[in-house]
Design a protein. Structure first.
Lengths: 431, 266
């Protein structure tokens, strides 16, 4: 029996820093470790003593790729603690804000981080030499998503307008209408992206996942809904910590989220699509059907197609919101300090993001708990690799290594997010 | 500065991007320069940029862009290697330039922080302080901001390639605010605005969105922090709020650090 290891010291095209180690003994996978060496930053610790109004600005700094997700989970959890419900126009604007982040983040991952794997390039730079039009389309899509974020939030990364109670400043109807021509182009480009991604080559690999996502009675989930799974879970955000726990695996350096009594689960585009297909707008459903996608999609490599379907959703939802929008009477509700505890879950581009805050009568935070999507997917990523690597036994080393990297990138992992909450031991990826 | 390591003539400058403790946002700013990205990539050779590429070429590099602060023993060693490999070393953003939001640990017991966040504290290896890159190695230019302004990044790259001084102003946010024609919210609404002591670069974003500046570009060249702290006191803001105002994304920058510590003493 021959032993073989696949090792990637610095995993590329993911946000943050980790390494990958797979040990194979003959046809068996003996060990899989996705090692996180990204240093911890202790957000939950230094949030204590800060005023709740600072939480959206501070937690945004957990992730430069999805700051809006952090701002949205923070404001919703805190408003719940304060017993405040923002007016409908604020609710719409928050959905629009999130659509901008989804467009920007999904376009980045589909074209610049994931597509090079399918087309055999080291990066988007090399890809651009042969596929200039594709890369230009990607950049324009990304820019349109960022355009929504910077109009509503002031800038693309760590926007400054989202607040507990609403926004410091809201756009006029005319400002939003000015986005429409670009968004119409983006909608069309997204439909084409679905068509393009469906023609990529996908390894034959399906797993029996527990998919976990928000579900809302009327809409594809972003900021609201109950947390559901295909194995019968149906809970409120306040019950999250009763149903999920973090395990310490002996040979892994990270705490990994599992469903209590069951095990690993999957959050993100595949989970949302499979659990909410009927809530997608018709344009997105049609695009999915034409790509031969219908739930349940169980091949994680096809997540690139599902992300493209979600691009169609985000563009068409943004257009719907803009057509309905009338500015709110009060951009930001004035809320007196009081003590409280509140939880919220929202759908970051990579999957559900849980926040819980408790604060005192001066509004100063006593405890904070944050569970980002990537730490919820980590165990599932390792489970995928454990199964998938067995298909690669006969492959040459370089190709097998690249395929394993691609299998990790299926999840668009954000290590910067995950690390502030994972147990970390500094260990560069050599054994 | 390290000894000059020259590429062969006519070769495009080799650029490397390194990450330490950070959120990834500053290096993402480069990819967010959608209109200019392909032109920039045509002018340089991206030799090492793990967030964007699995091709990781060995040094030396002409330009090293560093994001993030130093928070672990191994990163304190790694930055020394990075400095040796880079002819010009540029830090990007508040973490690399001032220690970042994670420098809030610098006033606390980090072991207690570890216990709050992690179940098995003995496995965590971390330094007591989060420190900027310049506390460890010489830095050729520090670009401010949490996050950086991508237009300033493009100006900095262009200037570095052309061998000229970058045009990055060091005056306060107030200058940008006046230029935008904003009504001063510090005066008219008694807002606790950090604009007078904060370096420009954001375009006076927060005041333009009806809120006080929160200092994410760090202290301006000659910041009169004591005067601003007195002003906040005069407006009736509690001292602990003023301490927090100076202690955010650039808390460990010496001017803000001094201001927050003085305020705490009083």
């Amino acid at each position: 029996m021959t032993a073989r290891t696949i090792q990637v010291e610095t995993l590329a095209r993911v946000e943050g820093e980790c390494s990958l180690y797979i040990k194979m003994a003959g046809e068996r996978v003996a060990d899989v470790k996705l090692k996180i060496y990204e240093p911890p930053r202790f957000f939950e610790a230094f949030l204590r003593g800060r005023h709740y109004s600072e939480a959206p600005d501070i937690t945004a700094r957990i992730c430069g790729i999805c700051p809006i997700a952090y701002q949205m989970s923070a404001v919703h959890a805190i408003e719940r603690a304060l017993g405040v419900k923002p007016e409908p126009a604020i609710r719409l604007l928050r959905r629009l804000f999130y659509c901008g982040e989804w467009i920007e983040s999904h376009a980045l991952h589909i074209f610049m981080l994931h597509a090079p794997d399918f087309l055999g390039y080291a990066d988007v730079i090399a890809m651009a030499a042969d596929h200039r039009e594709l890369v230009e389309k990607a950049l324009r899509l990304k820019k349109i998503g960022n355009g929504i974020v910077s109009l509503l939030g002031g800038r693309e990364i760590h926007p400054i307008s989202a607040a507990v109670g609403g926004f410091y400043k809201v756009p006029t109807k005319a400002q939003l209408l000015a986005l429409v021509p670009d968004l119409e182009w983006a909608l069309q480009a997204s439909v084409e992206t679905v068509q393009w991604t469906k023609g990529l080559e996908f390894p034959s690999f399906e797993q029996d996942y527990e998919f976990v996502a928000l579900r809302h009675p009327d809409e594809y989930p972003l900021n609201e809904g109950r947390l559901v799974s295909n194995r019968g879970m149906d809970i409120d955000a306040a019950e999250y910590e009763d149903h999920f726990t973090e395990l310490h695996v002996r040979h892994s350096n990270a705490l990994q989220s599992v469903v209590r009594g069951r095990g690993s689960y999957l959050v993100g585009p595949l989970a949302r699509f499979n659990l909410n297909f009927e809530k997608l707008p018709k344009a997105a459903q049609d695009a999915a059907m034409s790509a031969g996608l219908k739930p349940p999609v169980r091949n994680p490599f096809r997540s690139i197609v599902v992300r493209a379907v979600e691009l169609v959703f985000a563009c068409s939802e943004a257009l719907r919101i803009i057509s309905e929008y009338e500015p709110p009477a009060v951009p930001k509700a004035d809320i007196p300090n009081r003590a409280g505890v509140g939880q919220a879950i929202t759908e970051a581009p990579r999957g559900i993001l849980y926040h819980r805050y408790a604060f005192n009568e001066r509004g100063l935070i006593l405890t904070a708990r944050i569970v980002p999507p990537t730490s919820q997917n980590l165990r599932r990523i390792e489970d995928d690799l454990r199964e998938y690597a067995t298909q690669l036994v006969a492959w040459p080393q370089e190709e097998a290594t690249w395929k394993c990297e691609q299998a990790v990138r299926n999840y668009d992992p954000c290590i910067s997010c995950a690390t502030h909450f994972l147990k970390v031991r500094i260990e560069r990826g050599t054994e | 500065m390290s000894s000059k390591k020259k590429n062969k003539p006519n070769a495009r400058p080799r650029v490397a991007v390194f990450k330490f403790a950070s959120c990834d946002g500053c290096q993402l700013s480069l990819l967010d320069a959608e209109d200019e990205l392909l032109a920039v990539l045509g002018a340089i050779e991206v030799a090492y940029f793990p967030e964007a590429s699995r091709a990781m070429l060995k040094g030396p590099y002409d330009i090293g862009l560093v994001e993030g602060s130093i928070t672990t023993h191994s990163d304190a060693q790694r930055i020394q290697e990075v400095r040796r490999e880079c002819n010009t070393l540029i830090t990007l953003g508040a973490c690399a330039t001032a220690g970042g939001i994670q420098a809030l640990r610098n006033w606390k017991d980090v072991d207690e922080f570890v216990r709050v966040v992690y179940a098995t504290p003995q496995f965590i290896s971390t330094l007591k302080l989060s420190t900027p890159i310049a506390e460890h190695v010489p830095v050729d230019f520090e670009l401010r901001g949490c996050p950086i302004n991508k237009l300033q990044l493009l100006e900095l790259i262009t200037a570095t390639l052309a061998g000229r001084k970058p045009n990055i102003p060091t005056y306060s946010v107030c200058m940008e605010c006046k230029r935008r024609g904003n009504v001063c919210i510090a005066v008219t609404r008694n807002s606790p605005c950090m604009g007078p002591v904060t370096q420009a670069g954001c375009g006076a974003l927060c005041p333009s969105y009806n809120r006080g500046c929160y200092g994410c570009f760090g202290p301006m060249e000659s910041a009169n922090t004591a005067s601003l702290a007195n002003h906040f006191h005069y407006l009736g803001y509690p001292a602990d709020q003023t301490v927090r105002a100076f202690r955010s994304f650039n808390a460990w920058a010496w001017q803000f650090r001094k201001a927050s510590e003085e305020c705490e003493r009083q």
